[in-house]
Design a protein around this ligand. Structure first.
Ligand code: EAX
Length: 328
């Protein structure tokens, strides 16, 4: 997706596509930032912030566009695109990432993070850094942790207050082994599916429900196809800003630094929008006709979901989970 435009006539096109020409020419590199959500989502705000910061730091030698709404495919497709170098930068949930970097499943465990502060402290600290390094060992570059939010169950059939209400519900999950195991233990019939297929699947009744943070429910207008939302907050959904190694390897150290700074600015902008929607979201859902169940007793859900921890711990042991729980 990377394209190079030589601004002044007579310039020599640089084989790498990266700025570096002298006074006679300014090479511009255009970056595409892909994500699955709508152009007014928290990811879109993060993508804009990334592009703006990169432009500012590079004095305009890097420009960019976002490719929202799954234009470049679902999150699994886009991660593969980064690995083979056909995409530049992607903002994705950790949904399918455990298929590529199994250590990341530690972040997808249900009822692990207590609240936003806990999750952000973990991701911004030592553990977050260690997991970005694991990502880097898998033909990907992890630039920064961003955010999707705490996930809640929506469906077209009935209000969900207890695990019994999930019984037999065809629930779309992400392509994530931890989530699938958790939902099957909680009584639902999990159906993994890429996000770009989800709205139509809900509309056509292929699945009864799905689960996503308020940010995604609002950005996707799921109220058009779902009547009930229960604030289950069953799992925190991190997002991560990834880049293609083929892109990063072609940069100077200074330019690489700009990408990391741009990603930090992007994550901050996205988190600010998550905060805003956590405040305004429930009212918004109600205004758009959803029945919102706010008083969900999480304990029975958490108890049933516990065996899903073994998807991670069987392979990697309990240490990282214990360390995450211990972070204040
Ligand atoms: O990352 O697939 C999902 O449900 C994700 O939450 C969505 O694509 C945003």
């Amino acid at each position: 997706m990377k394209s190079t435009v030589i601004a002044l006539a007579g310039a020599i096109a640089l084989a790498t596509g990266i700025a570096g020409a002298g006074a006679s020419a300014q090479a511009q590199t255009s970056i595409v930032v892909g994500h699955t959500l709508s152009p007014d989502s928290h990811y879109a705000i993060g993508a804009e912030a990334f592009i703006a910061k990169l432009g500012e730091l590079s004095d305009g030698s890097f420009t960019g566009n976002q490719a929202p709404a799954g234009q470049l495919g679902g999150e699994r497709d886009m991660i593969e695109g980064l690995q083979i170098g056909s995409l530049d930068v992607v903002i994705t949930s950790t949904g399918p990432l455990g298929n590529f970097v199994p250590e990341v499943y530690a972040l997808d465990l249900p009822f692990l993070f207590r609240d936003y502060d806990h999750a952000r402290t973990v991701l911004d600290g030592e553990i977050g850094k260690e997991l970005l390094e694991k990502i880097n060992g898998n033909q990907l570059v992890g630039l920064a942790w961003s955010e999707n939010g705490f996930r809640h169950v929506t469906n077209s059939q009935r209000p969900v207050r207890t695990p019994a209400d999930l019984d037999g519900l065809k629930l779309r999950t992400m392509e994530n082994r931890v989530h699938m195991e958790a939902f099957s233990k909680m009584g639902a019939a999990p159906t993994p599916m890429a996000f770009p297929e989800l709205f139509t699947a809900l509309q056509q009744g292929v699945v009864d429900g799905q689960e996503n943070p308020v940010t995604v429910i609002t950005a996707s207008k799921f109220w058009e196809v779902q009547d009930h939302v229960s604030l289950t907050g069953h799992v925190y959904s991190p997002a991560v800003i990834l880049a293609a190694p083929s892109l990063m390897d072609g940069l100077t150290e200074e330019q690489r630094g700009w990408f990391y700074e741009a990603a930090a600015a992007s994550a901050a902008a996205t988190r600010a929008e998550v905060n805003r929607l956590e405040e305004a979201g429930v009212a918004l859902l109600r205004e758009n006709g959803m029945e919102v169940i706010t008083d969900v007793d999480k304990a029975p859900f958490a108890k049933l979901a516990e065996p899903a921890y073994s998807v991670y711990t069987d392979r990697h042991g309990p240490d990282l989970v214990t360390r995450i729980q211990a972070v204040k």
